[in-house]
Design a protein around this ligand. Structure first.
Ligand code: NAD
Ligand code: DAU
Length: 336
């Protein structure tokens, strides 16, 4: 079973490959990744040398390369993790988001159609639904209403995937997951950024009033759900994934400070993110009832695991924050 996994050097994709190859030897994974700032081959140390794993450095928007890989590896399955994934970066410049997330997905879909593949899994996000008020949950029937260039590019990709299902019968499925956390997450995202800033006694920038709500899920729970949808999900369907763990941003930040024995004086309220979605919350009853998935990690324990991982892997993130990333960080926060 040859699977093209894209974006497998990023946070969720590398956790996925490491996890799946640790328990299965009946599949071959070809990981196509451009190695952008967010891609890191160090994340894939556990599968280095594994006979069922091949890495290809390349861009999903490169139709010639994608066609070549489908032919060379007789690809019959695709899992598309590759994306520009950070909302703040999409606000600084949207072009690469539409290129990778929309054009890149369309290139993969075209190849998938030509080579009659058996399953295409699009890893999408709950952000395509927009923002919730104080109550209610996103279901798969919630209309798409994206508010950032990132989420609009992901929503466009979702419509392309469904169009290929309806028009060509491509056996494609979509997952829409809530906010992930866990080891190997690039430290531009809320949880690793706050852990690392706290460890370095740097200010913790909280956007706006800090009362925006996100619904958190441990990356392993997300990946187990994605694996199940890949195996059993019905073509043409969308499956929401979430662990029903809503938290206000400020409460997560305080919890992290508390766990690291750091004081709340490190918190700094900064100018809000433009178009900042107020609340995300997922109804995952469809995947639970139809495919039998349920989250297995407790939030506090998984957050402890995550903090421990960043404490034990300082070299991993020190290399990141001392490189190119520093320029982004300065640009991001200089006007706040
Ligand atoms: P990430 O930014 O950590 O990793 C993205 C990976 O894609 C990187 O390895 C990067 O090099 C690669 N990539 C980027 N552009 C590429 C291109 N043109 N061609 C090939 N590879 C390319 O992202 P992540 O957090 O691991 O997210 C993975 C997927 O999951 C994304 O599609 C994202 O939209 C989705 N998602 C993320 C979350 C979350 O909380 N992080 C939640 C729900 C869904
Ligand atoms: O919901 C799923 C999405 O979650 C994924 O599709 C995206 O790829 C992923 O980046 C994430 O998007 P968010 O914008 O929700 O995640 P982020 O970690 O950037 O921010 C989480 C919340 O924390 C959000 O309300 C903004 C706030 N925040 C973030 C940062 C980086 C801060 O207050 N300060 C910060 O420095």
């Amino acid at each position: 079973m040859n699977i093209l996994v894209t974006g497998g050097a990023g946070f969720i994709g590398s956790n996925f490959i490491n996890h799946i190859l640790s328990k299965r030897d009946d599949l071959n994974i070809i990981n196509l990744d451009k190695l952008t700032y967010a891609g890191n081959l160090e994340n894939l140390k556990p599968v280095e040398g594994n006979k069922n794993y091949t890495f290809v450095k390349g861009d999903i928007t490169n139709a010639e390369l994608v066609d070549y890989l489908f032919r060379k590896h007789s690809i019959k399955y695709v899992i598309n993790f590759a994306a520009e994934s950070h909302v703040d970066r999409s606000i600084l410049g949207s072009e690469i988001f539409y290129k990778t997330n929309v054009t890149g997905t369309a290139v993969l879909l075209e190849a998938a159609r030509r080579y009659n593949i058996e399953k295409f899994l699009q890893i999408s996000t709950d952000e395509v639904y927009g923002s919730l008020g104080e109550t209610g949950l996103f279901t798969e029937k919630t209309p798409l209403s994206p508010n950032s260039p990132y989420s609009s590019s992901k929503a466009s990709a979702d419509t392309a995937v469904l169009a290929f299902y309806h028009t060509y019968g491509l056996p494609a499925v979509i997952t829409r997951c809530s906010n992930n956390y866990g080891p190997l997450q690039f430290p531009e995202k809320l949880i690793p950024l706050m852990i690392i800033n706290a460890l370095n006694n740097k200010k913790l920038p909280v956007y706006g009033d800090g009362l925006n709500v996100r619904d958190w899920i441990y990356v392993i729970d997300h990946n187990k759900a994605a694996e199940l949808v890949f195996e059993k999900g019905k073509p043409g369907e969308v499956y929401n994934i979430g662990a029903s763990r809503e938290m206000k941003n400020i409460n997560i930040v305080k919890l992290i400070l508390n766990k690291l024995n750091k004081g709340e004086e490190l918190i700094e309220y900064v100018k809000d993110r433009p178009g900042h979605d107020r609340r995300y919350a997922i109804d995952s009853s469809k995947i639970q009832e139809e495919l039998g998935w349920k989250p297995s990690f407790n939030f506090e324990e998984a957050l402890d695991n995550t903090i421990d991982w960043y404490l034990e892997n300082r070299q991993w993130w020190q290399r990141i924050i001392s490189g190119e990333y520093q320029k982004y960080y300065e640009l991001q926060y200089k006007n706040r």
